[in-house]
Design a protein around this ligand. Structure first.
Ligand SMILES: [Zn+2]
Length: 358
């Protein structure tokens, strides 16, 4: 099996009504844990790397690691996706290093902190879509600014996140504008803002419709039934992981993430890609803390890393099962990039969306 594009994977997910978690990685241990989980339940995989991950591991290390994972798990289709690309150059160099999909986040300017206007977003996203589609890679765009409806601001993660106060008009994607944006840019997937934010501190209470606006997802899906929607900041920050982290010397204030049942509801309404990073980080670091506190003479890094990988594997497996991703890998035959490029050129992928929408 080979790498798969985001577009092909999400088309399959839409046809069969499942969602795909997108897990961030920075190192070998995370890659192995995710693939072991996928392999155990026959799930296709989206692995994404942020700009921070690319500078942490280096592009060569990251891309060779992915090549190794593809070779080790030949039965699992793997999409390698650039998370929050900030410019044409970030997206182009990702594709150069073997990414089959990129996110062009034009909701923010290239500094990844200044909120951009709609025209800027359309222009840069459209340019990246043209470039990526020439070679068959997929593009995720974003409309609306990710951030909390509770306190009207964005949480910074890896240096990425809007600065300053944000109004509800910015924090909630406008459905009319979403229709216009998808038509103008021809993105393969659309990330929308509906109250989720990056990091662990998403909500100060279990979220209701006031602070997690699932109605926005439903409305956009009603208007764009054939557009693949993406939920960012969709870790659930499970209570048992918070408890374990704190039981072994951690100091994480009580917090709430996005409940699994809300994500499952989103999947019923066109959400096909669900970004999860915090849960993975927390699963691993809670395991580190346990070893550090319980085995104080331990100095073999593997004795820390192995339980952390096991914890991450179990978490990923649970998400594959909860989102309906499990059981779909062996059925999928990845389409090569060159063939995807041909389909974009011929208008086949565009007309498919138009006819289905009609
Ligand atoms: Zn994100």
């Amino acid at each position: 099996m080979a790498k798969i594009t985001l577009r092909q994977l999400l088309d399959d997910a839409a046809e069969r009504g499942y969602g795909v978690p997108a897990f961030n990685i920075n190192n070998m241990e995370q890659g192995l844990a995710i693939m072991e989980a996928a392999s155990a339940v026959d799930a296709p995989v989206i692995i994404q790397a942020s700009r921070g991950a690319r500078s942490y591991a280096g592009d060569i290390m990251l891309s060779r690691m992915i090549d190794a994972l593809v070779e080790m798990f030949p039965h699992i289709p793997l999409c390698l996706h650039q998370d929050h690309g900030n410019s044409e150059a970030t997206c182009a160099t990702a594709i150069q290093h073997g990414f089959t999909s990129v996110m062009m986040d034009g909701s923010l300017k290239a500094d990844a902190t200044t909120v951009a206007d709609y025209t800027y977003n359309v222009d840069i996203t459209r340019r990246v879509v043209q470039m990526a589609h020439w070679i068959g890679a997929s593009v995720e765009g974003e409309l609306g600014v990710l951030g909390s409806l509770e306190h009207g601001s964005s949480e910074k993660e890896d240096g990425h996140g809007a600065e300053g106060a944000l109004g509800h008009d910015q924090l909630l994607t406008d459905p009319d504008q979403a229709v216009e944006f998808v038509g103008a840019t021809e993105v393969d997937a659309l990330a929308i803002a509906m109250g989720t934010s990056h990091g662990a501190y998403k909500f100060t209470r279990k979220p209701d419709g006031e602070i997690l606006a699932m109605r926005v997802v439903e409305e956009i899906h009603r208007r764009l039934p054939n557009t693949h929607l993406v939920m960012h900041g969709s870790s659930s920050v499970p209570q048992p992981l918070q408890d374990m982290f704190n039981a072994f010397g951690g100091e994480m204030p009580q917090t709430w993430g996005v409940p699994i049942e809300e994500i499952v509801l989103g999947i019923k309404h066109g959400v096909r890609k669900v970004n999860i990073d915090t849960d993975c980080r927390l699963a691993m670091t809670a395991a580190f803390r346990k070893v550090a506190l319980q085995s104080k003479s331990e100095f073999d890094p593997r004795k820390f890393l192995k339980p952390a990988m096991d914890a991450l594997r179990d978490l990923c497996r649970e998400r594959f099962e909860q989102f309906g991703t499990a059981g779909n890998a062996s059925r999928i035959r990845p389409i090569p990039l060159a063939e995807m490029a041909r389909r974009y050129r011929s208008g086949a992928l565009k007309s498919e969306r138009m006819t289905k929408a009609a």
